[in-house]
Design a protein around this ligand. Structure first.
Ligand SMILES: Nc1ncnc2c1ncn2[C@@H]1O[C@H](COP(=O)(O)OP(=O)(O)OP(=O)(O)O)[C@@H](O)[C@H]1O
Ligand SMILES: [Mg+2]
Length: 165
């Protein structure tokens, strides 16, 4: 396990898609509502994989495409609704807003956004940033960092749960 950089950062290497899903599931179990997860990383680095795990972690039994915004998948039937937003085809914040992205960001559920850097100006003050990088076929570098009270606390809990520190 790679070194822990500071209290609100976790940095590690995932060795498989399933391991990445399991990390997502651990996070999903920590969600209490109102979390925003900004996912940053190139094509195929595991952003979707991580969100699938989060769906599992909130106990979702059902994944449907949002009726109002086709770039959003909703993981339903669990403790919380997880909104999975994919901005790959959205180039800027203005376009994302016309699709109602702000309603997902400030709703009661959890919002996880792929290609979140495209709308960096819309990121709330309190959020979790997850950066993924490709190392080789099976390895991905994953860095999680909480910003703001709620998400800093979530990262502290994750560390405690996963690493015992
Ligand atoms: N350690 C790993 N973690 C996650 N995915 C991995 C890992 N090793 C291999 N993979 C593979 O990499 C791919 C990751 O795909 P995924 O759709 O999650 O990426 P993505 O970041 O969402 O890509 P995109 O930007 O196209 O949406 C999958 O085919 C998965 O099986
Ligand atoms: Mg994806």
């Amino acid at each position: 396990m790679a070194p822990i950089l500071d209290e609100h950062t976790v940095d590690f290497i995932s060795h498989s898609a399933e391991q990445t899903r399991r990390v997502g599931a651990r996070l999903g179990r920590l969600f209490t509502g109102g979390e925003v997860v900004c996912l940053v990383g190139d094509l195929g680095t595991g952003k979707t994989c991580l969100v699938q795990g989060m769906g599992r972690g909130v106990g979702s039994v059902d994944r449907v495409t949002s009726p109002t915004f086709t770039l959003v998948n909703e993981y339903r039937g669990g403790r919380l609704v997880l909104y999975h937003v994919d901005l790959y085809r959205i180039v800027d914040a203005k376009t994302a807003l016309t699709f109602g992205l702000d309603e997902y960001l400030y709703g009661d559920g959890v919002c996880a956004i792929e290609w979140a850097e495209r709308v960096a100006e819309l990121w709330p003050d309190d959020y979790l940033r997850i950066t993924l990088r490709h190392i080789d076929d099976m390895k991905r570098g994953v860095t999680l960092r909480g910003f703001g009270t709620q998400h800093e606390q979530m990262v502290r809990r994750l560390k405690h749960m996963a690493f015992g520190v």
